[in-house]
Design a binder for this molecule. Structure first.
Ligand SMILES: [Zn+2]
Ligand SMILES: [Zn+2]
Length: 256
């Protein structure tokens, strides 16, 4: 893997390693481009396993120092993984336009910022349809550049046989990714954590659409940038005849 666009750090409270540890690991592995995409901090800190809103400035300072130190060796992108919450779009836009967090990865773990539905928890048809609606609304803003773990809702739902509502939901999501030209992630962390995603049947369905794909580590530990689960994700794609892109944009072909 010569790029990775989904990287967490110890700042999210459920990861380990400093920003610098991830960058030096990526350089050691020969990567050309890496995005650090910590879970976006939100005012009021609705989720306790995230960077605190009050920590953002310290995080940003440290991030800038790391970029300064390593920018000659690797292309480093400032980004965030974020849920689509309509009331937070203004904050996200500020982070992008004023603070330089250019890459927003859509990871819809919950239905709304004050709790709502946790899409990792057991769920029924209503929750799955709502997941689809939120993801589609988020993609349709044109703000997000990658869709992370599109089939994450299968956690605590999938029992070996895909139901119609899951298939239908994923078709609508893939159709929107095609329309908005948003690459779909093949998430190695799903394999790493033994979750039921990325799901073979779902990605088989995805082939009915004209999609771009990216294999991402979704690293919460620097070692995860080059572990066997990356290889598993590559084999998964290969077995389905899916060709993942090397880079999000063609920037690097110009840079290197
Ligand atoms: Zn995380
Ligand atoms: Zn995520």
């Amino acid at each position: 893997m010569i790029s990775n666009y989904h990287t967490h750090t110890r700042w999210c409270r459920h990861g380990t390693g400093e920003i610098e540890d991830y960058i030096s690991k990526a350089i050691e592995l020969g990567m050309k481009e890496i995005a650090i995409t910590e879970h976006v901090p939100l005012k009021g800190n609705p989720d306790s396993s995230r960077m605190l809103f009050e920590e953002f400035n310290a995080y940003n300072r440290e991030f800038d120092q790391v970029i300064e130190k390593y920018q000659e060796q690797i292309n480093i992108i400032k980004g965030f993984e974020a849920e689509y919450y309509p009331e937070e779009m203004e904050w996200y836009r500020y982070l992008r336009e004023v603070r330089g967090y250019e890459l927003f990865v859509l990871g819809q773990h919950r239905s709304d910022r004050r709790g709502g539905i946790d899409y990792f928890a057991p769920k029924g048809e209503r929750e799955i349809r709502l997941y689809g609606d939120k993801v589609i609304e988020g993609l349709s803003t044109g703000f997000f550049e990658i869709l992370a773990h599109p089939d994450m809702f299968l956690t605590n739902h999938y029992n070996g046989r895909l139901d119609e509502v899951s298939k239908e939901t994923m078709k609508k999501i893939f159709k929107t990714c095609e329309k908005e030209n948003v690459p779909v992630e093949i998430n190695a962390n799903g394999f790493r954590t033994g979750r039921p995603y990325p799901n073979q049947d779902i990605f088989q369905i995805s082939k009915e659409y004209d999609l771009r794909y990216l294999i991402n580590a979704d690293a919460h530990d620097p070692k995860a940038l080059g572990d066997e689960y990356i290889l598993e994700a590559e084999r998964f794609a290969e077995s389905l005849g899916i060709r993942a892109d090397a880079f999000l944009k063609n920037l690097c072909e110009v840079c290197y």
